[in-house]
Structures are given as structure tokens and as C-alpha cells.
Design a protein around this ligand. Structure first.
Ligand code: AMP
Length: 283
């Protein structure tokens, strides 16, 4: 496994493997089994797997956790070695933004204004900024994103299509703890009691999905129950939305595919999760 920190070196290394297909897994590090599942998906689809570890400053708002975001490079490298990654790219900010942050790809679309964007208005501009730069550098055949960040996945899919990049964007299932909590690097911020409260998210969205499967179609009623469950557990709801899983438009009646998307605070930690039915299958 090669560890590369300079963009020019990564470009040169990839030149040497022009005949191979490249799978790419972008991350912010502090890796867990969720990230590793993306590496495994990449290894089964592509000849070579490139993983990036980069805590991207442009996707954090002014009062968010950029400085305190958890970092553990040694542990990350060990996990990636075991998972069989071929190249790990760990750039400094100056490698990704060598002339600052002037050129950006911004989606003028409702999918960048809904759900998380309401309270994190500049977040997805930062995400498309960094992912487009990494795609330009790496030119991956495939790129792997977790469905936990469903809005991010939808936005990257749209950006890739609009910019004719030709990279196949692969959405991968949410990896959870045995008790249902979706794995997240930010779970490390949770105290024991906050972690117990945070279980209300996965429990209530799974219960809601079952209710929908049993025939309930009233989105407002389903959403209100989720809000109540999370608040009773001590969480502060940012949003609970039942939306079309592709356009992310609010649904009033749930009759076909849907996504129940939630963001909530437990203490200072903001967590997101979702449960969806896509092509008739619950994921
Ligand atoms: P992050 O390091 O949080 O930026 O995440 C990097 C990638 O890992 C993103 O595509 C996430 O959606 C994905 N990811 C994070 N948590 C999970 C999870 N629990 N299951 C599956 N994928 C995940």
C-alpha cells in the first residue's frame, strides 16, 4: 500500500497504471467499518483502489467542528492496509486548494437546498468543491459513497452526470452497530447517555419504515411520531423529512419509493441517518 501526500506524485503513480480500472473512496478519515465497506466494494469492482483522507475545510461552516474533527492517521492506515487499499492519498490543504478557493462547481438545484442544506447552507458547495477536484486528479472509473449521506450521494451523482465525468457513482449500504446506530466518525463525540439517546434515530426510522410497509401512507403522521420519539429520548431534531429518494422532494403520501431522512443533535453532536425504499427494496 502506497501512502502519497502530493497531488503530482499521485498523478504520476496513476499514470503508471493507465491500463487498470480505478476505484476511488473519498473519506475524512477516522475510519470505521462503514468506510471499510466502501473499500471492499471498490476492490470487488476495480483493479486498483485509491482512498483519500482529507478533512476538507470548505465543507465546514464557521461554527462547525473542522478544528476538532477526530483524526488518527496511524489507525486509519492500519485499517486500510488490512482492507487491501492500493493507494492512500493524504494531502495537505495546500495540495487541494493550491491557489485558494476560487474555482468551484456549484449545483443550482433544489437538491442542494433541501434537508441538511437548510441548516448547513454552504456544506454541499464544499463537498462538490473537494470531490470535483479529487475526481479531476484521480479520474476514477468508479467512486464509492455511503447511503448514510444520501443527499451527498444524490448531489455527487448529479454533478458527475452534468460535468460528463464518466465516473460511475456507486451508493453503498449503511453500516450499523449491532444495536442499530449508524456508524459515524462523529459518534466518538457522544457520551454514554447521549449514545443511548441517539439510538432513538435508528429505532424510530426502522419503526416508521415498518409502519409504511404495513400500509400507512400519511407522511405527516409518520414524521410526527419520529420527532416525538427523538425528543422524548432527549435529542433535538434538526429535521425529519419523508422525501422522494432521488429528487429529495417532500412527500405528503407515501405510496412508492421513499426516504425517511433525519438529522438531530445529541448534546453538541449532530447525527444523520435514513431508511429508504428504492425499487421496492428497503435499505
Ligand atoms: P466521511 O469520512 O464521514 O466523509 O465519510 C466518507 C464516506 O463514508 C462517505 O461516502 C460516507 O457516506 C461513508 N460512510 C460514512 N459512514 C458510513 C456508514 N455507517 N455506512 C456506510 N458508509 C458510510
Amino acid at each position: 500500500m502506497l501512502v502519497i501526500r502530493k497531488a503530482a506524485e499521485l498523478r504520476a503513480e496513476l499514470q503508471r497504471h493507465k491500463d487498470k480500472s480505478i476505484g476511488f473512496v473519498p473519506t475524512m478519515g477516522y475510519l470505521h467499518r462503514g468506510h471499510i465497506s466502501l473499500v471492499e466494494a471498490s476492490r470487488s469492482a476495480a483493479d486498483m483502489t485509491v482512498v483519500s483522507i482529507f478533512v476538507n475545510p470548505t465543507q465546514f461552516g464557521p461554527n462547525e467542528d473542522f478544528e476538532s474533527y477526530p483524526r488518527d492517521e496511524r489507525h486509519d492506515l492500519e485499517m486500510l492496509r488490512q482492507a487491501g487499499a492500493d493507494i492512500v492519498f493524504i494531502p495537505a490543504v495546500s495540495e487541494i486548494y493550491p491557489e485558494g478557493n476560487v474555482t468551484n462547481i456549484v449545483l443550482h438545484s433544489d437538491i442542494t437546498r433541501r434537508l441538511c442544506a437548510k441548516t448547513r447552507p454552504t456544506h454541499f458547495d464544499g463537498v462538490t468543491n473537494v470531490v470535483s477536484r479529487l475526481f479531476c486528479l484521480i479520474k476514477p472509473d468508479y467512486a464509492f459513497f455511503g447511503r448514510k449521506d444520501a443527499q451527498q450521494l444524490a448531489i455527487i451523482q448529479r454533478m458527475t452526470k452534468d460535468m460528463l465525468l464518466g465516473t460511475e457513482i456507486v451508493g453503498c449500504p449503511i453500516v450499523r452497530e449491532a444495536d442499530g446506530l449508524a456508524l459515524s466518525s462523529r459518534n466518538t463525540y457522544l457520551s454514554e447517555s447521549e449514545r443511548r439517546s441517539a439510538l432513538s434515530i435508528s429505532r424510530s426510522i426502522f419503526a416508521a419504515a415498518e409502519e409504511i410497509e404495513r400500509g400507512c401512507t400519511d407522511a405527516a403522521e409518520i414524521g410526527a411520531k419520529i420527532v416525538k420519539n427523538i425528543e422524548e429520548a432527549g435529542g433535538k431534531v434538526d429535521y425529519v423529512s419523508i422525501v422522494d429518494p432521488f429528487k429529495l422532494e417532500d412527500l405528503s403520501r407515501v405510496e412508492g419509493d421513499y426516504m425517511i431522512a433525519v438529522a438531530a443533535f445529541f448534546g453538541k453532536t449532530r447525527l444523520i441517518d435514513n431508511r429508504a425504499r428504492i425499487d421496492g427494496k428497503c435499505i
